[in-house]
Design a protein around this ligand. Structure first.
Ligand SMILES: O=C[C@H](O)[C@H](O)COP(=O)(O)O
Ligand SMILES: C=C(OP(=O)(O)O)C(=O)O
Ligand SMILES: [Mn+2]
Length: 443
C-alpha cells in the first residue's frame, strides 16, 4: 500500500455504486490493478506542460465527447466520427486562436455518471438510476439496473480498445491537416452554413500559403490526442493508479487528464483527497454557487505547489448566470500567485426538459455561455483557456437549434444519448466557427 493513496477510504465518497457483492467488487479492483496502464506517465507530463501553455494563453484546450460513453458505442465508426469532429473543430480553433489547440476526448473511460437521484421511476416501477455502463445497464429491469463490478473490468478493456483506435487514427495519417480542412470546406459549402464560408476561405488561404512557403505537411499528419474522463468511481481510479518507475510518484493511468465533477468536489471528500495525491493534471467543475473561498481551498488542496498546468477549473454556470457568477472568482484569483487553466463547459448549466420528457439544451444558450465566458475574462484581464463540450460525431437530434434548426418535434427522431444531450456533428462545427470568431476578437 502506498502512503496516503488510500486515505480517501476514511472519507465520504459521494455518488458511488452500491455493489451488492463486495467480494466481487474487491476481485474486480484487484484484477484491474494487475492490468497494464492505459496511458504512460511521460504522456501525462507532456499534457501538463501543454496545459501550462493554455493557462497563459499560449495554447487553447478543446475537450469533447459523450456525456456517457457506452460499451455498445465503442465501434470503429462512432470513435472515428468523434475523433474526426474534434480534429475538424481543432483546425478552426487553431486558426481563430493563432495558438496550438490541445485536443482531448471525453473518451476511453467516460463510463460512469453521477446522478441527481439514486432511483428512476417509470409508471409504477422504481429501480436504481442508470450510472453509466461501468456500473449498470440502461435497460429498465432490476437485473440490468443492479450494479455489477465485472463492468469495471469490461470498462477497462473497452477503454483500451477505444484508445488503441484513437492512437491509430491520430498517428496513422487520418489526422492530415489538409484532409481535415477539406472536410471543413464541405461543412462551410452547405447553404445552411453560409455564414462561415468567409472564415473557411481564410483558413484555405492560410493553408495554401503554408504550402507555398514549403511547410512540411508530413509533419502535420500526426497529432497529439489526450484521453480524459470524470474520475468518479473510486474502485476504478484507485486500481488504475500506479507508481511511475522514472520518478517514484503515483499517476492515475486510467487517462491523461481526469476531473472532479460538480457533485463530488467537497473539500473534505474522497475524490478531492485522492486526486490531490496523483501527478496527473486535474480538472474541477465549478458550478454557479462556487465562492472564492471554495475555489481557494481547492487550489490549496489540489495544487499546493502552484505547478503550471496542474489545475484546470471548468466553469459550468449557465448562460443566464455566468456573467454574475464568474467575475467574482476571476477578480479574487487575480491577486494570488496561481494561474489555473480556465475552461468553459457551456453544457451543464443549460439543461432543460421538454414537455415530452427529453433532456435537451438550446444551442443558443451554449453559445451565449461561451460568449459570457470570453466577456468575463476580457473584463478581468484573465485568460480563457479552453472549451469543454458534450458532443458526438453522429447526426443525432439531442440539442435544440443550430443551423439545422432542430426543434422539439425533431428531438425524437435520433435521440440516442443515455444521459445528457450532445451537440451533433454539425452543431459542434458551428460552435467551433463561432468560438474561433470570439478568439479572433479576444486576442
Ligand atoms: O452528466 C451529468 C450528470 O450525470 C447529469 O447531468 C445528471 O443528470 P440527472 O439529473 O438526469 O441525474
Ligand atoms: C456530470 C457532468 O458534469 P458536472 O459535474 O459539471 O455536472 C458531466 O460532465 O457529464
Ligand atoms: Mn453530462
Amino acid at each position: 500500500m502506498i502512503a496516503g493513496l488510500d486515505h480517501w477510504r476514511t472519507l465520504e465518497a459521494r455518488q458511488q455504486p452500491v455493489w451488492p457483492d463486495s467480494d466481487a467488487a474487491r476481485a474486480a479492483s484487484e484484477e484491474l490493478a494487475t492490468l497494464p496502464p492505459l496511458v504512460f506517465a511521460g504522456e501525462v507530463d507532456q499534457l501538463r506542460d501543454r496545459l501550462a501553455d493554455a493557462a497563459t494563453g499560449h495554447a487553447f484546450l478543446l475537450q469533447g465527447g459523450d456525456c456517457a460513453e457506452t460499451f455498445a458505442g465503442a465501434t470503429a465508426d462512432q470513435i472515428r466520427n468523434r475523433v474526426k469532429t474534434v480534429l475538424q473543430m481543432a483546425v478552426v480553433l487553431t486558426y481563430g486562436a493563432s495558438v496550438p489547440v490541445i485536443k482531448m476526448g471525453r473518451m476511453a473511460g467516460q463510463f460512469a455518471k453521477p446522478r441527481s437521484s439514486d432511483t428512476e421511476t417509470r409508471g409504477e416501477v422504481t429501480l436504481p438510476a442508470y450510472r453509466g455502463d461501468m456500473v449498470n445497464g440502461y435497460d429498465f429491469t432490476l437485473e440490468s439496473r443492479t450494479a455489477d463490478p465485472r463492468r469495471l473490468v469490461r470498462g477497462y478493456h473497452t477503454a483500451a480498445s477505444t484508445l488503441n483506435l484513437i492512437r491509430a487514427f491520430t498517428q496513422g495519417g487520418f489526422a492530415d491537416l489538409r484532409e481535415v480542412h477539406s472536410w471543413n470546406r464541405g461543412f462551410a459549402a452547405n447553404p445552411a452554413n453560409q455564414r462561415y464560408e468567409g472564415l473557411a476561405r481564410d483558413i484555405d488561404r492560410a493553408i495554401k500559403f503554408m504550402e507555398a512557403a514549403g511547410a512540411d505537411f508530413d509533419e502535420l499528419k500526426r497529432v497529439e490526442f489526450y484521453a480524459s474522463h470524470e474520475a468518479l468511481l473510486m474502485d476504478y481510479e484507485r486500481a488504475m493508479t500506479r507508481i511511475d518507475s522514472r520518478t517514484g510518484t503515483p499517476y492515475d493511468t486510467s487517462a491523461h487528464f481526469v476531473w472532479i465533477g460538480e457533485r463530488t468536489r467537497q473539500i473534505d471528500g474522497a475524490h478531492v483527497d485522492f486526486l490531490s495525491r496523483v501527478r496527473n493534471p486535474i480538472g474541477v467543475k465549478l458550478g454557479p454557487a462556487t465562492t472564492p473561498d471554495d475555489m481557494f481551498r481547492l487550489v490549496d488542496k489540489l495544487d499546493p505547489h502552484r505547478e503550471p498546468g496542474r489545475l484546470t477549473f471548468v466553469t459550468r454556470m449557465g448562460a443566464g448566470t455566468i456573467r454574475d457568477a464568474l467575475p467574482p472568482l476571476l477578480e479574487a484569483i487575480k491577486s494570488e500567485e496561481v494561474s489555473p487553466v480556465w475552461v468553459t463547459d457551456p453544457m451543464h448549466g443549460n439543461g432543460l426538459t421538454t414537455p415530452t420528457g427529453y433532456k435537451t439544451r438550446r444551442f443558443d444558450d451554449v453559445v451565449d455561455e461561451v460568449k459570457g465566458f470570453f466577456d468575463a475574462h476580457r473584463d478581468a484581464g484573465t485568460v480563457p483557456g479552453g472549451i469543454h463540450v458534450e458532443l458526438t460525431g453522429d447526426d443525432v437530434t439531442e440539442c435544440l437549434g443550430g443551423s439545422e434548426h432542430i426543434d422539439e418535434a425533431t428531438l425524437a427522431t435520433r435521440y440516442e444519448s443515455l444521459c445528457d444531450p450532445r451537440l451533433n456533428h454539425m452543431q459542434s462545427l458551428e460552435l467551433a466557427f463561432l468560438v474561433a470568431e470570439e478568439l479572433g476578437s479576444h486576442r
